[in-house]
Design a protein around this ligand. Structure first.
Ligand SMILES: Nc1nc2c(ncn2[C@@H]2O[C@H](COP(=O)(O)OP(=O)(O)OP(=O)(O)O)[C@@H](O)[C@H]2O)c(=O)[nH]1
Ligand SMILES: [Mg+2]
Length: 389
């Protein structure tokens, strides 16, 4: 079998060169890191891969890439220019596989294991040889923490000793900047707890969760006021929640109605549901502030409601757009739906704003959790996800 040599700056680049030249059936012979034997700025290192076209019986050898649909079965037909294909995970033959039953195929299996081990070690070598700051930045990027916030968090990474656990170090950096709002529903009243935020993020559902917890679990005297007379169905949704929880509910279209409802109900904690406030809608912002200012003598918790899966830039814009009602804390909703929730931290850390709650589902009131540093870290940058580093 004729092996050829391919080079790239990374394993991916070298493998792409193999694939482009020999097709997706190519067999990998060996992988190693080589240098140009120069030092200083002239020095460079490459990944060198030897590979050959696939033989006729590819099952006995490592198939680097699974055969694509419609591809010919003759291995040498893969010499035609390779079609673009996503490399897929290689699956070693299982114990029941016919390939594993003969001594010849067992040695094939051994070859496969060795090849895989070599590729794995090389990948590890390539990533661990990156400077800690670069690695730390890419760990944050994969958690969706980017830009200036990421730059601030990785500051100091280059002074870390080799082999440091960068994920643990980054968790500590985030923890040092996080603050947690003492659970508003457990604090003394009279209080106003207001959820503000963009459309559909879970403001009303969170108000219902909080009202249920405060009333049913903590025995507080609770009322709900809706300032959302804008969205169709919003009042009915909140009224229904009020009935189910067993607390009073009012709708207020202006400051006078809001003040009336507050005085009449005289609740220990009043939860306020609001309509989304587009940044451009200054009159809506004025109206909200006007109403809230009517609640004199009550401690006010204005909680900016942010979905976990939000894009970092959108989270920053959101925090700016909602400055006017002067948020005192943040609720992160839909944690259950987000693969990476670092984006939401972009609404929290730059200022920083204290975190109040995490919502992990739509169920009232189960899917509500008072935020702790640990729960936020575990959601944003979980340990046990190191293979992603
Ligand atoms: N998966 C999931 N769904 C949620 C969560 N919180 C709320 N929802 C769902 O999100 C949808 C919108 O929730 P709402 O509470 O109506 O959102 P809103 O911010 O009040 O929406 P508008 O009043 O239209 O601005 C509903 O289907 C909720 O059940 C959560 O933490 N996880
Ligand atoms: Mg709503």
């Amino acid at each position: 079998m004729q092996f050829e040599t391919f080079r790239g700056r990374t394993v991916e680049e070298a493998v792409a060169a193999v694939k482009a030249s020999l097709g997706s059936d190519a067999l990998i012979g060996s992988t190693r890191r080589v240098t140009n034997e120069r030092s200083g700025q002239l020095g460079a290192s490459f990944v060198e891969v030897t590979a050959a076209p696939s033989p006729r019986n590819p099952a006995q050898k490592l198939r680097l890439f699974p055969r694509e649909e419609g591809e010919g079965t003759d291995a040498y037909t893969s010499r035609r220019p390779a079609r673009p294909a996503q490399p897929k995970a290689f699956r070693a033959p299982g114990p029941d596989s016919p390939v594993a039953s003969s001594p010849e195929s067992r040695s094939g299996e051994l070859d496969i294991r060795e090849e895989l081990q070599a590729i794995r070690s090389l990948l590890e070598e390539v990533t661990s040889s990156q400077p800690p700051r670069t690695r730390a930045t890419s760990i944050l990027r994969s958690a969706r923490i980017e830009g200036k916030l990421a730059t601030r968090l990785v500051a100091g990474a280059s002074r870390l000793p080799p082999g440091s656990d960068l994920r643990r170090w980054l968790r500590q950096r985030i923890a040092d900047r996080l603050s947690i709002l003492p659970n508003p529903i457990e604090q003394r009243g009279p209080r106003l707890v207001v959820c503000v935020g963009p459309t559909g993020v879970g403001k009303s559902t969170t108000v219902a969760k909080l009202a249920a917890r405060a009333h049913l679990d903590l025995g507080r005297v609770v009322s709900i006021i809706s300032l959302d007379t804008f969205r169709v169905g919003s009042v009915e949704q909140m009224r229904r929640f009020g009935e189910l929880i067993g607390v009073s509910f009012d709708v207020a279209a202006d400051r006078a109605a809001f003040q009336r409802a507050l005085t009449t109900r005289n609740a220990d904690i009043t939860f306020v549901d609001t309509a989304s406030l587009p940044a451009s809608n200054e009159s809506a912002l004025r109206k909200l502030n006007d109403c809230l200012d009517a609640a004199e003598g009550r401690v006010r918790d204005v909680l900016l409601t942010v979905p976990a899966g939000i894009h970092p830039h959108d989270a920053e814009r959101l925090a700016t757009a909602y400055r006017a009602p002067e948020p005192t804390g943040v609720i992160i909703t839909k944690v259950d739906e987000a693969f990476h929730m670092g984006g939401a931290l972009h609404a929290v850390l730059p200022r920083p704003l204290p975190l109040a709650y995490l919502c992990r589902g739509p169920r009232v009131p189960e899917d509500l959790q008072a935020a702790t540093v640990q729960s936020v870290l575990d959601a944003v940058l979980p340990m046990g996800d190191e293979h992603a580093d």
